[in-house]
Design a protein around this ligand. Structure first.
Ligand code: PAF
Length: 288
């Protein structure tokens, strides 16, 4: 496995791979790799001639007061795991290279970033995400880039960005990977205090309750929201950041579940912010 830390070197490598006509799978990450990332990497390895993974904790997508400093960094373990699943190149730029002093350009997807994490973390969060992903796509020049459905809004925003800006890349969105008890895998799970870890399931349980209610033909969004909130907030260790029932295409809140909806939420537990979501409609799916 090759490690490239320099943007110009990564660009030269991408050029070489394009000349060789290699299919190039790309898995952008902020490191602290877990099975979710590894499932994306495995899929890329299966589907492409070459797999490139970036490991870059992107300061631009953390808002003031968020967990940039405490975001887990496990570089040695990341390298080991990436190699084990067959990643060919790890791109690991520095923040100084990615964000040189005289930069003036950002990328913003407008409507899709207004709700959910865009509302709770602030618009700057997604400007940070789309700007770094646009830069990474320009540097790595993949044929397919892989993102996880856990960050459903991020995946949709990036799909919109590549269409709107004509990036020649396919975006592949892969299923959420969960721990045995159902907690969605996240790098931040490592920061949940051990005594609170079982209680981190509250959001997942709330979402499952919503799905069960829809199965029992409760379609009114306010009733679903109320019941899910009551369930999640039963535990005083949980702070509810947001919970929305939205259209999976526009991310606008819906009043009624008459088609597939995305139920997405964010909680804080022990100072750690966790997100999760499910897709469900009047005809299911009833499991994920
Ligand atoms: O999902 C993430 O880990 C990050 O938002 C991404 C896509 C790597 C951009 O920094």
């Amino acid at each position: 496995m090759e490690i490239i830390e320099d943007i110009a070197k990564m660009q030269a490598k991408a050029e070489e791979l394009i000349i060789e006509k290699a299919t190039r799978g790309f898995v952008p990450t902020m490191g602290a790799l877990h099975e979710g990332h590894l499932s994306l990497a495995r899929r890329s390895v299966e589907e492409n001639g070459v797999t490139i993974m970036s490991v870059f904790v992107n300061p631009a997508q953390f808002m003031p007061g968020e967990d940039y400093d405490s975001y887990p960094r496990t570089w040695d373990e990341d390298l080991h795991l990436a190699e084990e699943v067959g990643v060919d190149i790890v791109f690991h730029p520095t923040a100084g290279q990615m964000y040189p002093p005289r930069r003036q350009t950002t990328v913003q997807v407008h409507e899709l970033t207004k709700n959910l994490c865009g509302m709770s973390r602030g618009l700057g969060h997604f400007i940070g995400v789309t700007t770094v992903v646009a830069k990474l796509l320009n540097i790595v020049r993949p044929t397919t880039a892989y993102f996880g459905q856990k960050d459903a809004q991020q995946a949709l925003v990036i799909q919109r960005m590549v269409i709107d800006l004509n990036f020649p890349v396919k975006i592949s969105v892969c299923p959420i990977v969960r721990e045995d008890d159902g907690l969605a895998l996240s790098s931040r799970n490592r920061n949940i205090p051990a005594d609170l870890r079982p209680r981190a399931l509250a959001l997942r349980e709330g979402l499952s309750l919503g799905r069960e209610m829809i199965r029992n033909r409760v379609y009114d969004a306010q009733s679903l929201f109320n019941a899910m909130c009551v369930h999640i907030l039963r535990d005083d260790a949980i702070e509810l950041d947001y919970l929305h029932i939205v259209s999976p295409e526009t991310l606008d809140d819906v009043d009624k579940v008459d088609d597939i909806v995305l139920i997405a939420g964010a909680i804080k537990i022990g100072g750690v912010r966790l997100i999760d979501n499910i897709l469900v409609g009047p005809g299911g799916p009833w499991e994920d």
